[in-house]
Design a protein around this ligand. Structure first.
Ligand code: HEC
Ligand code: HEC
Ligand code: HEC
Ligand code: HEC
Ligand code: HEC
Ligand code: HEC
Ligand code: HEC
Length: 306
């Protein structure tokens, strides 16, 4: 069963599931004339720079000869190259912002890198491109993987834009997630912000690498479960704006729901998120805010006490 569904996924990735003409992807440039505000703001996000033939400026001096740079460099950049007609290589050394230097790529144990067959049932290398680009990547006649549009752009979240653009901007001709419930937003963002093979399954909370999967963690919070679909990713993140690291902005959101918090214990002057969404460090180079909002025993970060 699992094998069949991954094959179906692979076939779809290769564009054999031809979408109807109206379901065409046009690219972010086609939205720009009418939605300049969203376009300009989105251009500064990690999403817009999630994939590029060239590494971001700060990582350039460390860049090896490679075909693709994955990651805006908010946390890291990993290089990927085509080896031959049947294989791609994920380079074993990545650039990390925290040290501004190269170190072992997460999941690797030597600097040689990992080889992937292009046409393997798990489609692992194609999936890298799927999550870091817009529309369906395809493999061309010379077996080069070609993303339809590099980066996580407008039509990832709004769906193919052709019908909306051809109608001159008609309402209801394109997806507008502002009409979604919080659980549907978790699914939209979770298409990439969680492991593809963890669908439905609870992650192993003791594994710090899983703290990157925000939708699963948020869904465990009492804040999420007991606020009747009012708390979603959009409550704290504007999808068109670069992620803010200013804890004050999140504190305002907490206080919208928790107007008067009566802590039983004496609380040090710190931000709400530093205690209730602590940073999980799966490696010395990386840290992610734990989206399971809760009460943590001091010194622990992986899961709150119930
Ligand atoms: C020719 C101008 C034009 C282009 C090009 C255009 N839009 Fe729009 N768009 C509009 C207008 C006008 C509205 C407001 C419609 C209304 O409220 O009646 C709109 C509304 C929307 C909405 C809300 C729709 C709804 O049903 O609530 C979304 C989402 C959207 N646009 C996204 C996009 C994206 C993504 C692209 C590029 C693929 C794009 N637009 C290209 C003019 C345009
Ligand atoms: C197509 C896959 C995909 C989808 C769908 C997606 N993301 Fe992302 N997201 C990514 C990738 C890849 C990155 C890493 C970008 C980078 O290189 O910095 C990212 C990064 C982010 C960041 C950090 C960005 C920054 O500016 O530093 C936030 C916040 C985020 N996503 C929120 C969301 C939310 C909220 C949604 C749903 C509305 C969503 N994402 C949907 C793939 C996706
Ligand atoms: C299931 C979707 C998915 C797949 C598959 C995937 N990524 Fe990502 N990637 C993401 C998301 C989402 C983020 C943002 C994580 C975060 O910051 O929470 C990300 C972040 C990254 C970053 C760090 C970007 C930054 O600076 O913050 C790199 C580098 C990266 N991915 C490379 C890869 C490579 C190489 C592959 C294939 C081996 C791959 N990714 C496969 C979704 C995916
Ligand atoms: C990561 C997902 C994501 C990406 C990428 C994205 N959007 Fe959006 N967009 C949303 C969400 C979610 C909303 C609803 C916002 C809300 O309710 O706060 C939205 C709302 C909108 C609206 C307003 C609709 C309204 O109700 O007024 C427009 C227009 C729009 N987006 C255009 C764009 C354009 C143009 C791009 C690319 C430059 C883009 N979006 C990229 C997720 C995204
Ligand atoms: C949409 C409303 C909403 C938002 C926003 C929100 N919460 Fe909550 N939160 C709740 C509800 C509802 C509960 C459960 C009942 C209660 O304790 O009031 C809760 C429970 C909690 C608890 C107790 C958890 C437990 O496991 O017992 C903590 C701690 C908490 N919230 C902190 C925060 C922090 C910090 C933020 C901001 C990062 C935040 N909340 C944002 C609605 C929200
Ligand atoms: C209650 C507020 C809140 C909600 C809801 C929320 N986030 Fe976050 N998010 C944060 C905070 C706080 C940070 C850490 C910012 C920092 O580093 O200062 C963050 C960081 C991130 C990052 C960057 C990874 C990192 O830690 O560097 C991503 C990606 C992200 N959130 C995605 C999501 C997604 C997807 C959802 C919906 C499932 C979501 N967030 C819901 C508050 C929230
Ligand atoms: C120094 C760490 C720390 C900071 C900062 C902090 N909290 Fe707490 N919070 C705790 C601890 C520990 C508890 C559980 C014991 C208690 O109630 O004092 C708690 C409990 C809570 C509860 C659950 C109370 C209940 O009814 O059971 C909520 C809600 C909450 N905090 C929200 C917030 C908000 C909102 C902020 C920011 C304005 C904040 N906290 C700042 C550590 C902190």
């Amino acid at each position: 069963m699992a094998d069949w569904s991954s094959k179906t996924h692979l076939i779809c990735l290769l564009l054999l599931c031809s979408p109807p003409v109206a379901a065409q992807y046009l690219g972010a440039q086609s939205c720009r004339p009418c939605h300049a505000e969203q376009f300009d703001s989105h251009a500064n996000t990690g999403h817009a720079h999630a994939l590029s033939p060239q590494a971001p400026a700060e990582a350039l001096s460390a860049a090896p000869k490679a075909d693709w740079a994955f990651g805006s460099g908010t946390h890291a950049v990993t290089w990927v190259s085509r080896l031959n007609d049947s294989h791609y290589l994920e380079h074993g050394q990545s650039w990390f912002r925290s040290s501004k230097s190269l170190d072992t790529t997460p999941g690797h144990n030597n600097p040689k890198g990992l080889k992937y067959r292009i046409f393997e049932p798990e489609a692992r290398i194609l999936r890298c491109f799927s999550c870091h680009s817009t529309g369906l990547p395809r493999v061309d006649a010379t077996n080069h993987i070609q993303p339809a549009e590099a980066g996580v752009n407008c039509e990832v979240c709004h769906g193919p834009g052709a019908a909306h653009v051809q109608s001159g901007g008609a309402k209801y001709r394109i997806d507008n997630p502002s009409r979604y419930r919080a659980t549907a937003i978790n699914d939209l963002c979770g298409a990439c912000h969680r492991q593809p093979d963890a669908l439905g399954a609870a992650p192993r909370w003791e594994d710090p690498w899983n703290a990157r999967h925000q939708p699963l963690y948020l869904a465990e919070s009492r804040c999420f479960q007991e606020s009747n679909e009012k708390l979603s990713c959009l409550t704290c993140h504007d999808p068109h704006t670069k992620l803010t690291r200013d804890s004050k902005q999140y504190e305002v959101v907490c206080q919208n729901c928790h107007k008067t918090v009566r802590h039983k214990t004496g609380i040090a002057k710190a931000s709400c998120v530093s205690c209730h969404m602590p940073t999980v460090r799966p490696s010395t180079q990386l840290g992610f805010a734990n989206h399971w909002i809760g009460v943590y025993i001091p010194g622990t970060t992986l899961r709150p006490r119930r």
